[in-house]
Design a protein around this ligand. Sequence first.
Ligand code: FNR
Length: 375
Amino acid sequence: ATAQFTKIDKDTQALPISSEDWEQRARAILPDGPFDYICGGSGAEETLAANRTAFQRWAIVPRMLRDVSDRTLSITLFGQQLDTPILLAPIGMQGIAHPEGELATARAAAAYNVPFIASTVSTYSLEQIAETMGDAPRWFQLYWSNDREVSASMVRRAEAAGYGAIVLTVDTIMLGWKRRDFRNGYSPLKEGKGLANYINDPVFCSRLPVVNEEAAVQEILRNIYHPALSWEDIGFLRQQTRLPILFKGILHPEDAKLAVEHGVDGLIVSNHGGRQLDGAISSLDALPSVAEAVGGRIPLLLDSGIRTGADIIKALALGANAVLIGRPFLYGLAVAGEKGVARVIDTLISELDVSLALSGSKSVSDLNRGILTRL
Ligand code: FNR
């Protein structure tokens, strides 16, 4: 991968370069409700904070004199080659950040060949997103509906629209306790920002007495959280699709083992960016024991707290095959639409490439714990 950082135009040059600056710029332009919804975590936001401090407790001990002139950031996932080990995390309701929402994000992702993961609760439908992406890589994230025929229908639509994997988010069987949103009285779902995949779904609509926004919101709220989700549901999901299935939100090594035993194709070690169980372990701290439990049998991805090239090096060295970024690209979207997302991706790839070289490695897939020390 050659990042295009040096080729960008003057307008783009004026955009922020660090995730802190992006966050500040987004805070200045978004109302409190959407901004707090995006930046916040659950409870006392201890897990949100832990997602950052976890990275600071590992340091890279770089190697020198290793001829790193010829490098690659490329990896293979589910038989597909990716230019970089970076994916965009599924983020719902992107219309709260920018009117073009997922369409702008998906175009930026496509330009860099970075997989876009469309959320169940996206502002634009999975078909609209697919149309704007051409052949570029995309996955679909599923919130398991308590009406499983609705889930099955969405999975079928995703497969038909060229999505390459299904990401089942397993940590959101109910919504995390979000103090900021209570204070602001803010719910983007109730504001109708996450309806598109539902109101375009024939099975979902067949459940509605009348097809309008209010009826859809009520039905979604009844439908979306499914605390009864259990390992027994996995067989049903498997029957619906030939696509690889990943579980997002695994933190315990025993769950990782169970997932492998149940034929899950990949795991995303994640605490949902500190937005679900406050007090939960940071995903980087969870990674080594999950990696040990999985033992290389299926790919392991990680999100929650990735902000820099060095963060990616640390996650890969501790056993991840790839990482997802969340909030940073959404701030980019809020500030500058498609160009903002492109800039966030571009700077991260460029920084990763420099960090890889300065660590003394030629390939992201060669990284291992030997270049890290625990502080
Ligand atoms: C999310 N996340 C998320 N996850 C998911 O599976 N489906 C979804 O619809 C959403 N929606 C969502 C909205 C917002 C505003 C945020 C910030 C996050 C979680 C997301 O996929 C990812 O796990 C975290 O964002 C990763 O952490 P960082 O990179 O934001 O620290």
